[in-house]
Design a protein around this ligand. Structure first.
Ligand SMILES: [Zn+2]
Length: 151
């Protein structure tokens, strides 16, 4: 294990990752923490309008955290420009997200949630770049919080 790997392993640990926030136990606590738009996406599985999210065209390096609880979700090197109007990633960090079948709106889709706080992040589709595994994590910007890489 290199020193960098060791640092990463530590950084994702509950006790040492200062970016983590406690996970609310009740819906009222969630309403207190999140502004109404973020609450609608994260806790009511809403979808923000395409092309308006703050991370759609972002190329900055760093780690995308869950906007609800701070869990580390995506590395910026997994981000790609899909032209679908939402920030897209070819892969999530190991163990960061969970998948749920979603039959809402007359479609069969796979919902992506934060593995730590169960907040809704977006959906996953299989039309991503082939060379990166073929998956497209189609995320809501408002569900993410980019922590820029320290330079
Ligand atoms: Zn979370």
């Amino acid at each position: 294990m290199s020193q960098t790997d060791e640092f990463r392993a530590l950084a994702t640990d509950e006790e040492t990752d200062s970016g983590l926030k406690p996970v609310p136990a009740t819906d009222a606590e969630w309403r207190d923490r999140l502004d109404p738009k973020a609450y609608d996406v994260l806790r009511r599985a809403g979808t923000e309008r395409p092309f308006v999210g703050k991370y759609v065209d972002t190329d900055e390096e760093g780690i995308y955290r869950c906007a609800a609880c701070g869990n580390q979700l995506f590395a910026s090197d997994a981000k790609f420009h899909s032209e679908c109007g939402w920030p897209s990633f070819s892969n999530a960090l190991p163990g960061a997200v969970v998948f749920l079948e979603d039959h809402s709106h007359g479609m069969f889709r796979t919902e992506v949630r934060c593995a730590r706080c169960q907040s809704h992040l977006g959906h996953i589709f299989n039309d991503g770049p082939r060379e990166a595994g073929g998956m497209r994590y189609c995320m809501n910007s408002i569900a993410l919080d980019l922590e820029p890489a320290s330079k």
